[in-house]
Ligand binder design. Structure first.
Ligand SMILES: C[S@@+](CC[C@H](N)C(=O)[O-])C[C@H]1O[C@@H](n2cnc3c(N)ncnc32)[C@H](O)[C@@H]1O
Length: 423
């Protein structure tokens, strides 16, 4: 175990542990146990070479080191690891998300707890820091002061950047982030403040433009102190764009059983950070059926690909929608086979929340329609997770991990872009 990892685990035994809504570990000593997990890079053959000083390498030079803050289940880390980055620290306070991260990338460098409890002494130098602190609000009328309590999580992000002194940091957030107080604060810090050594580039990237089968817009901020790092150029586009065509829902989920068998995850349990939790689950374990009511099935059946609640006949229209003829069009929507999906959010298993109905629908042949929302597996594949990714937690927790993640393909495109600047 490296010195940092030993110190991190030692520190965890002394720290107050999780906070906020998370349980406090009853047995802190257990968190110092033998580290497990972390097989994703190995399973993909990415850790094959080792330098003479023992550092892992896939390009003949040491893999760039990575810290992931607010890591969730590790969607963003998965993209960076696929490009040869070496995760050395991650922070996440949700137990099951941290468990999923640990199952795929290793338990030893995951700080499970409130990022505010991560001691300065346990923040190693790293070449890259990634992560997206959650935003409190989206009004640019608020305070730009880093000490404003509403900016607490941003303060924590900046604290880690100041301690790790990365060459580059990357922030990912929702599209509206650029209208937020937190964004204004970030710009102010780059203008002579804590981030004065960094040059910022920012914009909204569409995951589909980077080979992900999903039209998910995301704000990306790249801060570099090693020369300008512009945002990645799109590799894909809509038909006629002159680029490779967008990946489609078909390319990700065709061929999976149309009628999943089980409504429940297997009963297996695993243990990370000394805590027992449901898991580890993989691939078809996540292909879960639901048991909709007859009326819901009639509604699903009435909606063609690309359609939504406006396609419902009057007798099937719920009152709340009948009384609200305008507004979001994608709810109760059905995906199209030959287009990317819309954004996969955390409640993709509820058709009334977005365009989540399975794309199979034949106008002439009602027997050739698949009347159900996408499964957890299908959502994970549309988020570009590899098929051998492991999952921990309940159905609801895993859905949240999937919907919160940065699509792996988008993270890969960003990671690839950074490599020349780090060389
Ligand atoms: C949008 S998700 C991150 C998704 C992740 N980047 C991925 O690609 O999978 C934000 C995460 O921040 C975590 N979080 C929020 N506040 C935190 C805190 N104070 N300390 C640690 N983690 C926190 C949440 O539990 C959530 O999993």
């Amino acid at each position: 175990m490296s010195l940092l990892r030993w110190r991190l685990n030692r520190r965890l035994t002394a720290a107050p542990g999780g906070c906020g809504t998370e349980p406090i570990p009853p047995n802190l000593e257990a968190m110092c146990g033998v580290s497990r997990g972390g097989g994703l890079a190995a399973r993909h053959g990415l850790m094959s070479a080792v330098l003479s000083d023992g550092r892992p390498s896939i390009r003949g030079v040491a893999n760039p080191t990575l810290i992931d803050l607010f890591a969730g289940c590790g969607g963003m880390t998965a993209g960076f690891v696929a490009e040869g980055f070496e995760p050395i620290l991650a922070a996440e306070w949700n137990l099951h998300a941290a468990g999923t991260y640990a199952a795929n990338f290793g338990e030893d460098h995951m700080f499970w707890g409130d990022i505010a409890a991560l001691a300065a002494a346990d923040i190693p130098p790293a070449e890259v820091v990634i992560g997206g602190p959650p935003c409190q609000g989206f009004s640019n009328l608020g305070s730009k002061d880093v000490h404003d309590p509403r900016n607490k999580l941003w303060k924590e992000y900046l604290r880690v950047v100041a301690a790790a002194k990365p060459k580059i940091f990357v922030i990912e957030n929702v599209q509206r982030f650029r209208a937020s107080t937190e964004f204004q604060m970030l710009l102010a810090e780059a203008d002579g403040g804590l981030l004065k050594d960094y040059r910022l580039e920012h914009g909204v990237l569409l995951a589909a433009d980077y080979g992900v089968a999903q039209r998910r817009p995301r704000t990306i901020v790249i801060g570099s102190r090693v020369g300008p790092v512009p945002l990645p150029e799109p590799s894909h586009g809509r038909p006629g764009s002159g680029r490779q065509e967008w990946q489609t829902v078909r390319s990700r989920i065709a061929g999976l059983p149309e009628q999943p068998g089980s409504v429940a995850l297997p009963a297996t349990r695993t243990e990370y950070f000394g805590q027992e939790m449901p898991g580890e689950f993989k691939y078809l374990d996540l292909h879960l059926a639901r048991r909709p009511k007859d009326k819901s099935l009639l509604r699903y059946d009435a909606i063609p690909p690309g359609g939504g609640r406006f396609d419902l006949p009057d007798e099937l229209m719920p009152d709340c929608w009948r009384n609200k003829p305008t507004g979001t069009t994608d709810v109760m929507g059905r995906m199209r086979w030959d287009a990317p999906s819309l954004t996969i959010r955390t409640e993709f298993y509820k058709p009334e929340k977005g365009q989540y109905l399975h794309p199979q629908w034949d106008r002439e042949d009602p027997a050739n329609r698949v009347n159900r929302p996408i499964t957890h597996l299908e959502a994970a594949l549309l988020q570009d997770f590899p098929e051998d990714f492991l999952w921990c937690g309940s159905k609801i927790e895993i859905a949240r991990q999937i919907g919160n993640a940065v699509p792996v393909g988008l993270a890969r495109a960003i990671a690839r872009l950074l490599l020349p600047a780090l060389a």
